[in-house]
Ligand binder design. Structure first.
Ligand code: SAH
Length: 385
C-alpha cells in the first residue's frame, strides 16, 4: 500500500527529465524481462527490435506455453545460430529451485525458489483426484503483518514480476507434463494466489499473470478464469478495480473475524477498511461477476472460534442477501513457530460449522495438505533451512 508521501521539501525548480528517472526505485535491479511479462504484440515488437522476424516471438511463446519446453536444444524450429540469443532475450532463467519437499505420497510438492536477486519465495503443487492446484506467491515477503501468518512476520521484500508469478505455474505444468508427479502426466487446472504476499498490493503484475494464465495458447496457458482464485486481506479499492477487469476469477477474502475489534488485531489493514466496507466490496464483486466469493476463516483456538462469532459471521454475510453469493472456507490454523495461537478444538470447529450451516451459509473445512512440510498456504518460506 502506498502511504501519502510527506510534503515535498524540494525546491520548486527541477530539471525536466529528472522525475522520470527518479520514478524508478533507485539502486534496485528489476527481474529479467521475459516473454510472460509481455503481451503478444509487445513480444513481437521486441523480436523485431532484436533484429529477428516477428514470428519468432510466437514460436517462443509456443515452446513456453503450449509445448512446455524450456531447453533451447529442443527448439529445433529456431535457427541454431539465433537460438541462444532469442532464448536469453525472451526466455531468461528467472528462478532456481533451492529445495523441493514432497508429502501425501508425492501428490503434494513444495518448491523453495531463489529469485535473481536472492529473494526466496515458495510455490506448492497439490494433486487431487480430477484436479491439480498450484498455490503461488505474488510478493517476496508481505507487508500486511497479520500476526498469525509466518510470511507476515518478515515484512515485504519486493513485488514479484508477472513472469516470476507465471513461471511458478509453468514449472509445475512442466513437472506434471513430464510425469514427475505421482499419478502420471497431467495439467494444472487451478491456480490460487495463496502463497507469499498480498496479490492486490502487487495489482498490475498479478493481473498480468492472470491474463497470461487465461489467454488462449500459445499466447498464454489457456486456463479457465474460473480455475483462478485471488486471495486478499481486503484492499477495498483494488477489489472494486478487479471487478471491472472482466476476468471472472474467484475472489477469496481472508476475513478471519466478523467484528472490527478482533479483525483489527488479526488483519491489521482492517483499521483502514472495516469489516462492513470489506464485506460489501466482496458482495459487489459477487454481484458484478456472478462468481461466488469465498470467505477464508482460519480457526484459532479461543480467539475467533466461539459459537457466537459463527452467528455474527452468518448475520454479517446474510445481511447482503442469501442468494448464495458467498461460502465460508474454514482453515484449521497451522501454528507458526513461537506463535501464541493454536488450532481450534475439533468440537468447537464442528459447532462453528453447524451454526453457519444452520443460518444457510455453505461451509467447507479446508483439508490440511502438506502440513508436515509447512506447505499449508500462507506460511511459506519463513524457515528455509
Ligand atoms: N495475502 C493474501 C494471500 C496469502 S495467504 C491473503 O491474506 O488472503 C492465504 C491464506 O492463508 C489467507 O487466508 C491467510 O490468512 C491464511 N493463513 C496465513 N497464515 C496461516 C496460518 N498460519 N494458518 C492457516 N492459514 C493461514
Amino acid at each position: 500500500m502506498s502511504e501519502p508521501s510527506a510534503p515535498s521539501e524540494q525546491p520548486a525548480e527541477q530539471p525536466r527529465a529528472l522525475p522520470l528517472v527518479l520514478s524508478e526505485p533507485r539502486g534496485r535491479k528489476k527481474p529479467p524481462r521475459h516473454l510472460a511479462d509481455l503481451t503478444p504484440e509487445e513480444r513481437k515488437a521486441l523480436a523485431i527490435e532484436a533484429g529477428v522476424p516477428g514470428f519468432r516471438a510466437k514460436q517462443l511463446s509456443t515452446h513456453y506455453f503450449s509445448r512446455l519446453v524450456d531447453d533451447p536444444e529442443q527448439m529445433t524450429d529456431l535457427p541454431a545460430a539465433q537460438r541462444e540469443e532469442l532464448v536469453s532475450a525472451l526466455l531468461p532463467n528467472l528462478m532456481t529451485p533451492l529445495r523441493t519437499l514432497e508429502a501425501d505420497k508425492g501428490t503434494t510438492r513444495k518448491t523453495l525458489w531463489k529469485l535473481f536477486d536472492g529473494a526466496l519465495v515458495e510455490s506448492v503443487l497439490m494433486r487431487y483426484p480430477g484436479r491439480v492446484t498450484m498455490c503461488v506467491s505474488s510478493q517476496a515477503g508481505c507487508g500486511m503483518a497479520c500476526p498469525f501468518c509466518a510470511t507476515g512476520q518478515g515484512g515485504l521484500q519486493r513485488n514479484m514480476s508477472t513472469a516470476e508469478i507465471v513461471e511458478q505455474v509453468l514449472a509445475g505444468a512442466r513437472a506434471l507434463d513430464r510425469g514427475e508427479i505421482a499419478g502420471g502426466p497431467g495439467r494444472v487446472s487451478n491456480v490460487v494466489f495463496m502463497g507469499m504476499g498480498e496479490p492486490l498490493a502487487n495489482y498490475k503484475a498479478v493481473i498480468g499473470a492472470v491474463r497470461r494464465l487465461t489467454d488462449p495458447a500459445p499466447d498464454g496457458l489457456g486456463m479457465s478464469a474460473r480455475g483462478v482464485t485471488v486471495s486478499t486481506v481486503g484492499l477495498v479499492p483494488r477489489i472494486k478495480q478487479l471487478a471491472e477487469e472482466g476476468i471472472p476469477v474467484t475472489l477469496a477474502l481472508s476475513l478471519h473475524a466478523p467484528d472490527d475489534e478482533l479483525r483489527n488485531e488479526l488483519v491489521p489493514i482492517n483499521t483502514r477498511f472495516s469489516v462492513a466496507e470489506t464485506v460489501e466490496a466482496a458482495w459487489q464483486y459477487a454481484e458484478k461477476t456472478k462468481r461466488r466469493v469465498s470467505i477464508e476463516y482460519a480457526m484459532m483456538r479461543g480467539i475467533n472460534d466461539q459459537a457466537w462469532r459463527a452467528d455474527l459471521l452468518a448475520e454479517v454475510l446474510n445481511s447482503y442477501g442469501d442468494w448464495g453469493w458467498v461460502h465460508v472456507n474454514l482453515i484449521p490454523l497451522n501454528p507458526t513457530p513461537g506463535s501464541k495461537w493454536t488450532a481450534s478444538d475439533p468440537a468447537d470447529e464442528r459447532e462453528f460449522v453447524r451454526r453457519l450451516e444452520s443460518h444457510g451459509i455453505p461451509t467447507t473445512v479446508r483439508d490440511t495438505r502438506g502440513q508436515e512440510i509447512d506447505g499449508a498456504c500462507g506460511q511459506l518460506a519463513a524457515a528455509p533451512d
